[in-house]
Structures are given as C-alpha cells and as structure tokens.
Design a protein around this ligand. Structure first.
Ligand code: ZN
Length: 181
C-alpha cells in the first residue's frame, strides 16, 4: 500500500493526503496521476484505477483543499469559505460511481470525476449534518489529520492509535525513563 487511511472516513483521509500541513514542507501524497489512481483503488472506492491524467490530478487537489478548508473553518468556529463550498457543491452534483452486482459480489468502477463526487457528497453529509460536531484534529501537533470522533464519550485524541497515538505515548515513556534515570 502506498497510501495511509488513518481515520476511517474517506473524505477526511483524502484531505490528509497533504500531510503535516503546518510544517515548512508538508508531505504531498498525491504527487502524480498514478498516485491518485492508487489512492482510489487502495481506499476501496474503485476496483480498477480510474486512469487519472494531469487535469484530474489538478481537480482532485482542488477538491482536497476545499474539503480541508471547510473542515478547518468548522474547527475554528469560522464561517465556511464560499469558494470551498462552491467547489464541493459543484462536485457533489456530479455523476456517481457505477455499482454493479457481478455474480456474488459488487464491482465499483468510475472515473476520477465520479470518485471526487463521492468524496464531495460525503463532505456535504459531514459538514451539513449533526456528525459535523464530531470533527477533530489529531492531537499530535505535527500531524494535522482530521477525523470524526465517534468514540464513546468522545475522547479520541489521535487520527490513529497505531501511528500518532503510539508515537506520542512512546515519546512520553522515553521522557519518563530519561527523567527517572
Ligand atoms: Zn495523527
């Protein structure tokens, strides 16, 4: 797998494909049309690569940045930026992924535009619904991954326990050992 899906909500994982956003040099995980293709397949949204080109990549990054801008505004308690609302609404109205019953299973195929529609629709459902109140940003300051805190008691601190949670806990443990020794 080339890509990480830490948070369990695809549109928010997609927003996280620009990692460590507040660092001087954030890490771009969608650096080429091939990387965008592999994101759609590894995420399980599409069974076959949509065959992204440069224009698709440009549109995908535009959608990603719109999703992040909307979530960041919500987390700040700020008004949703109109330009990002327009981008997400525009894509949400597009054609949906093609679902086919195929023997015992289902196949999911489509273009990049269809994949972006699914991500935009999920974003509308999050920001336009009660679930938007569960938006959080990972507590590891460098991370900047956003997620929905569906945990009981709403105490989820990390985008992913396996990555950020363990990193922070291991660092705290080392600090304690160092202080004691
Ligand atoms: Zn994190």
């Amino acid at each position: 797998m080339d890509h990480a899906f830490p948070c369990g909500t695809l549109s928010l994982d997609f927003a996280g494909t620009l990692r460590a956003r507040r660092n001087a040099a954030p890490a771009e995980m969608l650096g080429s049309p091939d990387r965008l293709d592999s994101w759609f397949v590894e995420s399980g949204m599409l069974d076959t690569a949509p065959g992204a080109d440069r224009v698709d990549l440009h549109l995908a990054v535009e959608v990603r940045e719109a999703i992040y801008a909307l979530v960041a505004a919500r987390l700040d308690g700020a008004r949703l930026p109109a330009s990002a609302v327009a981008v997400v609404n525009g894509h949400a109205a597009g054609p949906q992924i093609t679902l086919r019953l195929d023997g015992d299973g289902a196949t999911r195929t489509g273009s990049v535009a269809q994949g972006l529609t699914a991500l935009a629709r999920e974003t509308v459902e999050i920001l336009g619904g009660v679930v938007g109140a569960l938006l959080r940003e990972c507590s590891r300051p460098e991370c900047t991954q956003v997620y929905l805190d569906r945990s009981r008691g709403h105490r989820r601190e990390w985008c992913s326990m396996r990555t950020c949670g363990n990193r922070v806990k291991a660092a705290a443990y080392r600090a304690r050992v160092h202080a004691a020794g």
